[in-house]
Design a binder for this molecule. Structure first.
Ligand code: ADP
Length: 635
């Protein structure tokens, strides 16, 4: 198991804060070092008491240091949310009495909490630096103060996860503002513009994660501990409402455990601090910048969420279990491929039809194609454990494809089905000389969204490889690569079919594998032979890719990495069908990289695999289009 990551929680409990705190303390991936309190949902005395009570209930499981923080926002008066959380912040928990009239949940005994939250946060930042995660669940007063004390140390924190704001949805305290930002807009604005590595968790995603009372009751059934009774009490009223108990803070905490639960986008976000009507409103600029403008600091804004997974996590760790926190599921994939899956219908006939012409007497073959699925199959056949994120229609082609992927031993948890678009199809005409014409209808492939990625991204392990091509939307590829980076996996981009790449994607790519045509476009210089291919590979590295490979068909592969470059020959074989050679190469390369082998050794193995593929017409991973008779063939 990996060592737990140090965590600081800044909080104003608060019903959902309480659940988030329990989640943090019960998660083996995290080690809660410090809990700081901030006035918000209720005043500072009450939130600090609540945090002490909760920590006392969990005593024995963990005992982080508790430090009291700001009693009021940076400017103006405190406005609380007692109407939601109850006047004590925990639905009246502090007033419950036992049979003899004694408080059931008395204020915790023991040492009084320290009083300088900002200084304590800075001390943790200095001690742990990059390794530290800070999760801020309330108004950002303490965090802004910590920035005043030592901005450099705060910018050194590995991840700052902030629950707050509303990007494209209404607020929850005014039409425009979310509560935490509304309470202390100055602090929120400072934090977002600070240059810290912020992941913002706005209402756009938190509102999608709702806990309902029947689920709480079921999960807590039979549990009699004081903590279980407290959880039942504090959640009941909100969870029983029609809209359920919205898990704002537990979602933010869940991201400290598993960043891949959301899809996010880098956006500059500011908070209105002075507006008469829009005070506390978060403003994300999605218009892009005019050429030459100075870019504003961005934060990663979570915009889509896998709500079911978050609910499962909260339910398992907070409600169902006692002491024995469940360990995260094993990360099972070496290679995660994000990309297309097409069914290829090819008709081989005497000649290719000209415009307006019909050519008859052809023979139909059906095969499995699409670069994403091809590469997934190739990686699997090279021995990797593979998960594919793709989208198929809710139709026969989709059904057949899914069964095929499963039969190949590929994890399909992230193969989404689309009721509105058909499965991707390629219509191919082939003449007796092997020349072809291809028309593609991407269908569901074009609707693969970042939100479909988590079931695959969750599986990728540190040191694994995430592979993508360009037959699915660019923002989905970017989201996948960002998630890969967070999981410490490598990213491999096959820029096919070619389209211009945003520099953000270049920066997220570790290895680019382009054929001659793509490399010439990307590098902006001709690629005709090994020498020019080596030059293009070097140019691609200069453009920002860590490693660049240019595939040259029968002439092998040119590569460049850092200041080194070279060429690997392809074995001489009798080529029968070179369609999909690049996909075989990419899949095999990814499998090798995930095994931790050196670059040149990986290229050598991939060149062998691709050569084997071109000697066979046939199933995926070999000749992909002119399929040999396989269970998929209808002819
Ligand atoms: P793509 O299919 O993307 O156009 P290439 O044609 O460059 O890609 O092929 C990718 C790799 O497949 C090559 O680098 C080479 O290793 C292998 N390959 C392709 N064609 C042949 C061939 N005729 N003989 C041997 N290897 C080949």
């Amino acid at each position: 198991m990996t060592t737990p990551r140090p965590l600081v929680v800044d909080t104003d409990p608060g019903v959902d804060d309480a659940l988030a705190l329990v989640l943090a303390l019960r998660s083996p991936e995290l080690r809660v070092e410090l809990v700081t309190t901030v006035a918000g949902n209720v005043p500072i005395g009450a939130v600090t008491d609540n945090a002490r009570r909760l920590l006392a209930l969990l005593a024995g499981e963990a005992s982080p240091r508790l430090v009291r923080g700001a009693a009021r926002p940076l400017s103006g008066r405190l406005a609380t949310a007692a109407h939601v959380h109850g006047e004590d912040g925990l639905a009246g928990l502090s007033h419950l009495r036992d049979g003899r009239g004694a408080p059931l949940y008395p204020s915790a005994a023991g040492p009084r909490p320290g009083r300088d939250a900002a200084a304590a946060i800075v001390a943790s930042a200095r001690e742990h630096g990059e390794a530290l995660t800070l999760v801020a669940l309330g108004p950002l007063t303490n965090v802004a103060r910590a920035l005043d004390l030592d901005a450099a140390a705060m910018r050194g924190i590995g991840r700052v996860i902030v629950m707050g704001g509303a990007i494209a949805v209404p607020g929850n305290i005014t039409a425009g503002a979310e509560f935490n930002f509304h309470v202390d807009p100055l602090a929120a604005d400072r934090v977002l513009a600070s240059g810290m590595r912020v992941t913002l968790v706005p209402l756009d995603v938190t509102r999608q994660v709702r806990l309902r009372w029947p689920a709480v009751r079921r999960a807590l059934a039979g549990r009699r501990s004081l903590l279980a009774r407290a959880l039942r009490h504090v959640t009941r009223e909100l969870a029983a409402r029609r809209e359920g108990l919205v898990l704002h803070d537990p979602l933010a905490m869940a991201l400290a455990i598993d960043p891949a639960l959301v899809a996010s986008r880098a956006l500059p976000v500011r908070v209105e601090t002075a507006g008469a009507h829009a005070r506390g409103m978060s403003i994300a600029d999605r218009r892009g910048l005019p050429r030459g403008a100075v870019p504003a600091p961005t934060v990663d804004v979570a915009l889509e969420v896998d709500a079911g997974q978050v609910l499962d996590l909260v339910s398992e760790r907070v409600l169902t279990r006692g002491r024995e926190a469940r360990v995260a599921p094993a990360r099972a994939a070496d290679v995660v491929v994000v990309g297309s899956a097409n069914t290829d219908y090819s008709v081989t006939g005497p000649a290719l039809p000209r415009p307006g012409e019909t050519v008859t007497d052809g023979t139909l073959h059906r095969g499995f194609g699409g670069k994403g699925a091809n590469q997934a199959v190739a990686a699997r056949r090279a021995g990797a454990r593979v998960a594919l994120a793709a989208r198929l229609g809710d139709d026969e082609d989709g059904e057949r494809y899914l069964a095929h992927l499963r039969a190949e031993g590929i994890d399909t948890a992230a193969v989404a089905r689309d009721r509105r678009a058909a499965s991707g199809v390629a219509l191919i005409a082939v003449d007796t000389h092997g020349r072809n014409q291809i028309a593609v209808a991407p269908g569901a492939n074009a609707r693969l969204r970042p939100a479909h990625l988590p079931p695959a991204m969750r599986q990728v392990r540190a040191g694994g490889v995430v592979v993508a091509q360009l037959e699915v939307p660019l923002d989905t590829v970017e989201a996948a690569f960002r998630a890969a980076r967070r999981a410490a996996a490598r990213t491999l981009l096959n820029p096919a079919p070619y389209r211009p790449l945003p520099q953000t994607l270049v920066a997220l790519t570790d290895v680019v594998v382009a054929n001659e045509v793509e490399a010439a476009e990307l590098a902006g210089q001709p690629v005709r032979n090994v020498t020019s291919a080596r030059r293009a590979a070097a140019a691609l590295v200069a453009r920002g890719f860590a490693t660049a490979l240019v595939t040259l068909g029968a002439r092998g592969v040119a590569w460049h990495h850092g200041t080194k470059g070279g060429h690997v020959r392809a074995p001489e074989v009798e080529a029968v069908d070179t369609t999909g050679a690049g996909d075989s190469f990419v899949g095999s390369l990814a499998a090798g990289l995930a095994r931790g082998e050196g670059l040149v050794a990986c290229i050598e193995a991939a060149v062998q695999a691709a050569a084997r593929a071109v000697t066979r017409a046939g199933a995926q991973g070999a000749g992909l289009r002119r399929a040999r008779r396989s269970p998929a063939d209808s002819a």
